[in-house]
Design a protein. Structure first.
Length: 323
């Protein structure tokens, strides 16, 4: 089968298209003909081994996993003898961080992994970006215990995590202030944000409103800068560890001080999460934002674009050209 592989760490050019062995379905596995996948920040981090500590899990000298890719959407081609949840021909989507392997024509995943059926009427390319950013957003929202009518600020509201967070928060009935640049204002309003702040025109940390949760979906701010935005018992959450990994320290220290705290969401790769996201897509409460689409043989261009940090939502790779 055809796959995008990398045999060493480095810039986008280390990725190449090659012929590799097609996987098979084990006793409790589902073999999927991949129609669409994505390139995201996670892929770029593992490809370049940035930050360096990623090598602890990805391989100290060279990558343990030659084929990257976390998100997938496709059709079930075969199932193991012990599989009961899926059948040949099912249209499915999901997330496979760790084993990776979605940047290929075929993928084998456990039946009990983060996989669900695609709602009727949703194309493969529309379903493929439905798990990565959204499951990170969902983990933060769930950890924070966001409820209806609470006030939440999302910084970086046009990215994969941020654009999902705005929609997931609105599905809960929260009041959302979204922070983005000028070009993203109309998009974010269309996602349901109650209020939009253009960070190129004003410093969002000087906002007079106070929030139950400030979610930094791009990891470019800090608890110190955002603390004044929080209500007396408010939470700050980030998609990154922060300068000098300070959020890990603050995670331990701030609960001891009382009042405003730092927390982390802990993503779960399970069927409950996949099915929850599937239900939100089916109901129309969540629609993944797609910036660009590339064919598999142009995946290097997709890596380059994602590394510009200018993408809006998600970058989709169409492994099977749309009919």
């Amino acid at each position: 089968m055809k796959a995008a592989v990398h045999d060493r760490y480095g810039p986008p050019d280390v990725v190449r298209i090659a012929e590799v062995d097609k996987p098979s379905a084990g006793e409790r596995d589902v073999l999927i003909r991949v129609h669409a996948t994505t390139v995201n920040r996670t892929d770029c981090a593992y490809r370049s081994a940035t930050p360096f500590f990623i090598r602890v899990v990805s391989g100290l000298v060279r990558p343990r996993r030659r084929i990257l890719g976390t998100e997938f959407a496709g059709a079930v081609e075969a199932v193991g003898g012990g599989v009961t949840s899926f059948a040949v021909g099912d249209r499915v989507f999901g997330y496979n961080e760790g084993p990776f392997g979605t940047h290929a024509e075929y993928l084998s995943v456990p039946e009990d992994g983060m996989i669900a059926t695609i709602p009727a009427g949703v194309a493969f390319a529309e379903a493929a970006p439905g798990t990565e950013g959204s499951h990170y957003a969902y983990s933060s929202i769930r950890t924070a215990g966001v409820e209806a009518e609470q006030d939440v600020l999302v910084y970086g509201a046009t990215g994969a995590i941020g654009s999902a967070a705005v929609q997931l928060l609105k599905s809960l009935g929260a009041t959302v202030t979204a922070v983005c640049d000028t070009a993203g204002l109309e998009l974010v309003r269309g996602l349901g944000a109650d209020r939009v702040v253009d960070y190129t025109a004003q410093d969002f940390t000087e906002d007079e409103q106070r929030y139950d949760l400030v979610l930094d979906a791009v990891g470019k701010s800090t608890f110190g800068r955002c603390k004044r935005l929080l209500k007396s018992d408010g939470l700050y959450m980030s998609s990154e560890l922060g300068p000098w990994w300070q959020n890990l320290i603050l995670l331990l220290v701030t609960p001891l001080l009382g009042g405003k705290r730092v927390k982390f969401g802990y993503p779960r790769q399970d069927q409950e999460t996949a099915r929850h996201l599937r239900d939100l897509i089916e109901s129309g409460q969540f629609k993944p934002v797609i910036d660009r689409r590339y064919p598999l043989d142009r995946i290097v261009d997709a890596h380059r674009y994602v590394e510009t940090q200018q993408k809006v939502g998600n970058v989709v790779i169409e492994v099977v050209p749309p009919s």
